[in-house]
Ligand binder design. Structure first.
Ligand code: MN
Length: 139
């Protein structure tokens, strides 16, 4: 790669397209790796800038996140925010309301493997408010 930016030299996949702002707060990018017509899963590489996160949502068939870079947050409804980082694998059961994204001070990159079911792969819900996002505290 023709870059002097160390953070770009470590990219495994291209950054991809800007994520849909209807479903993301802050800047995020999605590189689709496997589309849902090939297998019963959709696989994407997602990069979140510090402070960026997706809306609350559910997956009818569940989802696996493989964190490849940075530090971020994962939260299930009615539970505290968990810190996630490079090397973590998060298994999200079907129909559990949750969100994921970067932390306040670091970007996050994860691979998302989402099961495709007759009910689809994702149902988007409301935004994660700043108050919710900022509720993270070290336990
Ligand atoms: Mn998810």
């Amino acid at each position: 790669m023709n870059t002097t930016d160390p953070s770009e030299q470590n990219l495994i996949f291209p950054q991809g397209e800007k994520a849909n702002p209807d479903y993301f707060t802050g800047n995020a990018w999605v590189k689709l790796l496997v589309n849902e017509n090939e297998f019963n899963s959709v696989i994407g590489n997602v990069t979140f800038e510090a402070g960026a996160r997706n809306n609350w949502h559910t997956h009818p068939g569940g989802q696996i996140l493989i964190v490849t870079d940075g530090i971020g947050y994962y939260q299930e409804k009615d539970k505290p925010i968990q810190s996630i980082q490079r090397g973590d694998v998060i298994k999200i059961p079907a129909d559990i309301k949750h969100w994921h994204g970067a932390s306040r001070d670091s970007s996050l990159t994860h691979i998302a493997i989402t099961a495709v079911t007759p009910k689809g792969s994702i149902d988007w819900l409301e935004r994660v408010t700043d108050k919710e996002f900022n509720s993270y505290s070290v336990s």
